[in-house]
Design a protein. Sequence first.
Length: 138
Amino acid sequence: MIRTAQHAEQPQVIAPLSDPQRIATVIRAVVRIAEAWSLTNGEAAALFDVPTATWSRMKAGAFKGKLDQDKMMRASLLIGIFKGLRLLFNGPLEAGWPKQPNAGPAFVGQTPIDRMIAGGIPAMMTVRRHIDALRGGV
């Protein structure tokens, strides 16, 4: 298929990672997810890969730094997992699933939270794909 100028995809405009409004929105979303999943400050900080003191500033709305690509990827994956769980489950599993031990091959008895903390972004991607597969999206 040949694309003409009319049919060429327009590049998506994304606010810079230093945009304070975008950072605040991303952080609020991640904080709400951590609260919904009943994560400890230590778990949330490890999941988002920040020191606990930084997580505390984020949670309090006092974070003034920038978010690098790693943090934006983590936030995107967490939001996707959260949304997938909301679509998949109705009730306690919606918020409780991430902290339940899972015997599946991707988790080997760990909770999804522990697996994501230990495995970083690749494990977060695995959990996201797992949720999407359960929903029939693969």
